[in-house]
Design a protein around this ligand. Sequence first.
Ligand SMILES: [Zn+2]
Ligand SMILES: [Zn+2]
Length: 444
Amino acid sequence: MQVKESLLFPRQRWRCAILPVVIWTLFTTSLPGCDQDDPSPPPEDGSGDDGGDSGDSGPWILNTTGARAPYIYETNSNAQVLVNVQSVEAVTVENKRYTRVSATGIPDYKIVITGNLYDWLINRPRAATDFVGGNPTVQVGDNVLFGQDIGYSSNSRSCDTGAGYGFWPPGPVCPENVSHQGYFPQEPEISNERCESVLGAQGYWVNGTSIYQWSDGQILDGTWHTLAPVAEVYDVDICGGHAARGEYHHHFYSDCLADLVGDNGDSHSPIYGFTADGYAIHGPWVANGELAKSSWAIRDYDDPDSPSGCGIAGERRCLLIDEYDINQGIAALASNGPSTSDTFTSLSGNIFITESGFFYEDYYWNQDLTALGGANLDQFNGHSDSERGYHYHLTVTLNEAGQLIPAFPYTFGPRFYGKLDDQTIVSVCSDEVGGGAPPGPPPG
Ligand SMILES: [Zn+2]
Ligand SMILES: [Zn+2]
């Protein structure tokens, strides 16, 4: 099995190849980005909650030994934060059965610095200022624990002593114990509504960290939604995660998660997490060496005759009327969006070319691909089989170098396949693409 490699360095290489950095801007320690995400408030216990019934913890990574994070401490305390999942219980609320999962949201990843990962670090376009001394303080072959200082100039306002300073690139806040609790329907049901995934936690990975969707919460010109796995590529740690309001999360496939669940791509991937609707997200493989395929295609703006373009090569001056039905055509915009050769400066001061695929609005569901069946997923990024029933897949593509590149919509969605309800982590059905989570206080 040759294909499983770190996502960060290959993505970085890919990005370097096609999105050259052309200018440098002053670094700002203020990075709203994901920080603007409002995590869903914890569901309230409803009447009939039986108080929990501990049983088989299933795929959840239960902390049975009291293991604590080596570098992350409780707020205003000298106690280290417990890692992974603290409890998994079967509960009944309003006659519906759920798995109730409690977790700190702090993982216990162990990372080996490979040659490629090291190259990724030193080839960051802003490495000179991203690292305190201009370079990482680790070497190839080093073992790094989650939160260990590898030399980054982290956000000094939230990442000081006891918060893992040096493990996170500049910008994002540092993770905290968010003590969250999620209810996952044990018998998920298909939704008959169109519920968009939103900002904030959309479910939990099996180690109790949060699943976030494609959005980084930024919108250009009031129209164009940027994609976290693209625009925040320099704003995630060596496990491909970062925090918003203290909440650690992944927006896309992580090697660290793959290692945790023992996925090496030699068979259908195991479960990596569960979304709010109760359906599982599996890893990227559907069989030995065979990747699940997203059926979301990229619009062709560069061919003026393309039905997904806007009539003038390279220009973003129209939106698809319905990204789920390209046959409905396009609608002109009052003002042009960025062209496919323009540049975009991210909140961390990194510069990207806005080629097609940079924004949410650059994608449409190609139902002809889904109709092929097999490894081709549906518009929710899932499929069914006799063994697992309906489930989502993390999606990546394989480049010529045998490296995995995150592929939209990355985790699940953009819409939920299953029903949301009052108890689920996302409890409101949103019709707003990339919309905000229900208002609530920041965790921690
Ligand atoms: Zn994020
Ligand atoms: Zn599958």
